[in-house]
Ligand binder design. Structure first.
Ligand code: NAP
Length: 276
């Protein structure tokens, strides 16, 4: 079994980006909108800002209160859309339940959409030869598979989860690379049997240790997007790592797999936008 080391690859990507940026006349910027005080979201935003600064990307964090409305968000999004000094920005998800997340994402100028979550960019992913900006998490997973020279073409890929932030863009990217892709969700029947047929099995559910060894075909490539804490208070992904790592050919650890790749891809997108 080989560990898909997102931490090392993400640092390599950041080093490359730093070098690229040092040769740019117009420096890329990344602003981040965050709503509320959820500690995990605050931590992610601080990390994104710190990594951005470390490679020469400046930007502001816009902190809005937990009770903000969709109109408050739209007003800030429109302000950032119009500000020529800002090359890219993103909205940290999830947003509080009173906010219409889809509407907010749809209003981000698709040319400044660092996280690749605007529906226009999402739609472009389904076009052949697309140059759209891909969801940072989905894009990070593809970079990880490619780094380890894992065959995608013709393989059975199964994605558990159907969020438009992770799973749907990943579906489009894998399909574009000639994989045969199946999407599963909470209404899927025979989940175990479908997973057992996967050459590449990806989970983005958010239920720690939900997937045991019984779900995995021997030699499968396992990608764990899930992030949570198990019953012992330990950080865990959707897969039971101890069991699954014994039969997988490749597996992402949690932490240190998909998470750092998401940040590296976010900054990759930010640099790409500035270049465009
Ligand atoms: P989400 O919007 O909550 O989606 C979860 C998906 O899981 C839904 O499609 C849901 O199906 C499906 N699901 C729930 N229970 C299921 C079951 N028993 N069997 C099969 N499918 C089931 O999640 P998300 O935003 O994609 O995030 C998922 C996880 O990834 C979370 O832990 C999140 O923290 C993590 N995440 C990590 C990164 C990273 O960079 N590492 C980035 C993004 C997200 P329905 O649609 O039918 O409800």
């Amino acid at each position: 079994m080989i560990i898909l080391d997102g931490k090392t690859l993400s640092q390599k990507i950041l080093d490359d980006l730093k070098l690229k940026i040092s040769n740019f006349k117009l420096k890329p910027t990344l602003d981040i909108i965050i709503v509320g005080t959820d500690s995990a979201s605050q931590k992610y935003v601080a990390l994104k800002q710190q990594k951005a600064q470390s490679i020469g990307i400046s930007g502001n964090v816009h902190q809005l209160s937990e009770s903000s409305t969709t109109a408050d968000l739209l007003s800030l999004v429109n302000k950032l859309n119009k500000d020529d000094s800002i090359t890219a920005f993103m909205v940290q998800l999830p947003l509080p339940s009173q906010i219409d997340t889809e509407k907010v994402l749809a209003n981000i100028d698709h040319k400044k959409d660092a996280d690749g979550l605007n529906p226009f960019n999402l739609g472009l992913l389904f076009q052949k030869g697309s140059t759209g900006i891909a969801s940072a998490t989905a894009c990070g997973i593809i970079k990880l598979l490619e780094e380890y020279k894992i065959d995608i073409s013709g393989k059975n890929a199964v994605i558990i989860g159907r969020s438009s932030e992770v799973s749907i863009p990943l579906f489009a990217l894998l399909l574009g690379k000639n994989s045969t892709v199946t999407i599963c969700h909470s209404h899927t029947q025979n989940l175990k049997e479908i997973c057992q047929k996967a050459d590449i099995l990806i989970s983005a559910v958010g239920k720690p240790k939900f997937l045991t060894k019984d779900f995995i075909r021997e030699g499968a490539v396992v990608i764990d997007v899930g992030f949570g804490t198990d019953s012992n208070g330990q950080v865990s992904g959707d897969f039971d790592f101890d069991q699954v790592s014994k039969i997988a050919s490749f597996i992402t650890p949690v932490p240190g797999g998909v998470g750092p790749m998401t940040i590296a891809s976010l900054l990759f997108n930010t640099v790409q936008i500035a270049k465009n």
